[in-house]
Structures are given as C-alpha cells and as structure tokens.
Design a protein around this ligand. Structure first.
Ligand code: ATP
Ligand code: MG
Ligand code: MG
Length: 379
C-alpha cells in the first residue's frame, strides 16, 4: 500500500487524508501540535516542521510526500526530496512562498498582476508610491496570510509610517497598486505528474476582515470572464510546471480585466465547495495529481455556496444542524457541515465550513442570512 506523508496537520491535511483514505492510501502527518486535525485521522509524527530528524522519519515511512502550507523550510524541503519522493518538487514552494518570485512567475506565463515595486529602503518606497499612486498596498513578501503583514496606503502621507511598521519586522517588502475590483474570484487548477491539467469551476469569494467568508459557485460574473480565468490558471500551472493543486486568486476589475493576486500550491479554502458540488473534490484531485493517476472530472453537479465556520460561529452552527431545518427545506437548500476537530474555538479561527447545495446560489445566500449566525456578512 502506498503511504502519503503530509507536512502540516491542519484541516487541509485532514481533508486530504479523509479523501485519500477512501482511495486506499495510508497517511502520516508531521505537525508539532498533539492531536492535530490531520493527526486525528492519520498517523502523526509530533514534531516541528523544521525538525530534520522528524522529517527524515517522515521520509522513511512514506512513498510520496506533499504539504498543506507553503512556508516549508528550504532545508527540510531539500531533505525530503533527497530521501523520499516529493512529486511537487521544491521549486514550486520556493516560488510561491515569496510574493516577488511568485509575481515574476505569473508574468512569465503571460498573465497580468497588479503593478508592483520591490521595496528595499525608504527611498524606493517613496518613489514607488509616487509611481503607483494611491491607494496602494504594502506587503511583506513572505509569511503573510489572512491579510496579516499588509498595510493599505490611502494617502501619500501614510507611506513612511506603513514602511517603518512593516520594515521593522525585518521582512522584504513589495508595494502593489490597489486594484479597484468588482469582485474576487479563484480557480483551483490541478496538474498531474503526467502533465495533465484540469481546472475546477470559478468561485466568487467574499472576504470579511481579510478572512474568506463565502465562496459562491457558479460565480456571478460573465461566462467569458470565467473561461478566461480558467485559461489563465491553466497557463500559470503549465508555465510553472506545477504538480498537484495550484489555487489562483484573481481580481475582476470594473473593465473586466483579470489580475492574479496570489497563488497557493495546495488545496484552498475557496475550493472546499468541490467536496459535495463537483464530480471530483479538490482533495481527491490533488492525490490523483501527485500519485500519477488520471485527473478526475471537475464538472459542477450543483450550484453551491460555501460559508466558513469560525470560532465565533461554531456553537450556533452545531446547534442549528441539530435541529430540523424548515428554512432549508423551504429554500430547497441542502446544508452539509464539515468540522475540523480543533479543540479551541477562538474568534477568527477556521473551525469548519458548510457547503450549501442549492438550485440557485441566491437561495444558499438567503439561508445564510436567515440563520442569523453570520451577522458580519455585509460588514
Ligand atoms: P490569504 O489568506 O488569501 O493567503 P493574504 O494575507 O496572503 O491572504 P492577499 O490575498 O494578498 O493576502 O490579500 C488579502 C486581501 O486584500 C485580498 O483578498 C484583497 O481583498 C485585498 N487585496 C490585496 N492586495 C490587493 C490589491 N493589490 N488590490 C486590491 N485589493 C487587494
Ligand atoms: Mg496568501
Ligand atoms: Mg489571498
């Protein structure tokens, strides 16, 4: 039997394991936290991600190794490649863990990103703000997620403070022009070790407080734009010779132009809707891609709205799911709850999600409104 190793033990690893176990694979995860979401369903090696002895142990026990986050230590990535089989390779990680390298790779595929400048000191910062104009966004090139490590600059006078604040972390910085988008969308694309490529349907994403709140599929944008987004995602995956999943986040500007915001070389929160709504889930697809199997059919079986369950929503959602749901019945919505098994339900922490299968996405959105659990949806 093939054993798959996952670096990282969070919910993405857990859902990969649940999906891959049904396909007959065995799973081992490496994570420092006891009883991690993935460790509850896979064998867990409890150690830090940068612990070389533990990584060696993972390599010994596994035939194939993947990861569920992109900030894998370069030394560990090299060790795993040497001592086991990492079909995704370390170049994909090297590129996507660094915003500047990532932008250059996207541009090399002939795909548009927001105009940007590398920031190395206060002089380049001031020149860049002048060239790109305001508003613009200053970001650390490494380590950011859920909007952490970013400052929006709305007036030229805010540039110095934003620079000093982020530069004090010691991180390299990039300044991006702020794209006045109509909406945000994403495409999860898979490329297999055999070079086969398939894209999932486009998701329309709504963020609240910089955290993904809702994904809506089909996205409420014109079909031509959706096809173009899928074409661009496939072009980036092909150009980068990516293996496994690549999630591509894009902005749809008012004039219909598409800009790639960022990439993630792993299953993505905005792809969770695929679990019940597509012929193949993103998790099954990732396993197929890294194990050299033919990719699965990505057809959308039903319109769907995915809503994240954060710490502050958990109790209410579980309560709700325990009751008979007259609104759901009336709306023709089928809610499917996924809980990640995290112990501490902290505010803003992703504890699970609900996939709302519906006839029309407006019904799913209406169900969310009516439950009154996600009061922040329009904030
Ligand atoms: P994630 O949790 O998706 O990894 P992150 O911390 O890496 O988030 P980004 O995706 O780069 O951050 O940005 C977070 C959000 O901030 C975007 O989804 C978008 O709403 C907004 N944003 C970021 N960059 C820009 C930009 N150049 N123009 C307009 N909006 C932007
Ligand atoms: Mg990101
Ligand atoms: Mg993002």
């Amino acid at each position: 039997r093939t054993t798959i190793g996952i670096l990282g033990g969070g919910q993405l690893g857990r859902m990969l394991t649940l999906s891959g176990t049904a396909m007959g694979y065995r799973f081992v995860t490496l994570d420092p936290v006891a009883d991690a979401p993935c460790g509850q369903v896979a064998h867990q090696i409890e150690a830090g991600y940068d612990d070389e002895a533990a990584a060696r142990k993972l390599a010994e026990q596994c035939d194939v190794i993947t990861y569920e986050f992109e900030n894998v230590d370069a030394g560990v990535a090299a060790l795993l490649e040497r001592e086991s089989y990492v079909p995704q390779g370390s170049t994909l990680l090297y590129t996507t863990q660094h915003r500047l390298r990532e932008k250059r790779a996207i541009e090399a595929a002939g795909v548009r990103v927001a105009p940007y400048r590398e920031i190395t000191n206060l002089d380049t910062m001031q020149a860049a703000v002048r060239e790109l104009g305001v508003p613009c966004v200053l970001k650390t090139v490494t380590g950011g997620y859920d909007g952490k490590g970013q400052r929006v600059i709305r007036e030229v006078s805010q540039a110095v403070e934003a620079y000093e604040e982020l530069a004090s972390t010691g991180a390299e910085l990039v300044l991006e022009q702020f794209i006045k988008f109509d909406c945000e969308i994403s495409v999860v694309v898979a490329r297999s070790t055999q070079g086969e490529i398939k894209t999932f349907p486009v998701a329309e994403n709504i963020h609240v407080d910089n955290i993904l709140h809702t994904s809506i599929v089909p996205a409420r944008v014109p079909t031509e734009i959706q096809l173009e987004a899928q074409r661009l995602a496939a072009a980036v995956a092909e150009s980068m010779q990516a293996v496994g999943l690549l999630a591509v986040e894009l902005f749809v500007a008012a004039d219909g132009r598409l800009y790639v915001n960022e990439l993630a070389p792993r299953p993505h929160n905005s792809g969770h809707y695929t679990m019940e709504a597509c012929a193949t889930s993103q998790f099954e697809q990732h396993i197929r891609a890294i194990c050299g199997l033919p990719l699965g059919d990505t057809t959308l079986l039903s319109p769907v709205v995915m809503v994240n369950v954060l710490g502050e929503h958990l109790e209410g959602v579980i309560d709700r799911m325990g009751q008979s749901d007259a609104e759901a019945m009336e709306l023709g919505v089928i809610p499917k709850l996924h809980i990640y098994g995290k112990t501490e339900a902290k505010t803003g922490r992703k504890m699970g999600h609900v996939n709302l299968l519906c006839q029309d996405v407006e019904e799913g959105l209406q169900w969310i409104e009516q439950t009154n659990l996600w009061r922040n949806i329009n904030s």
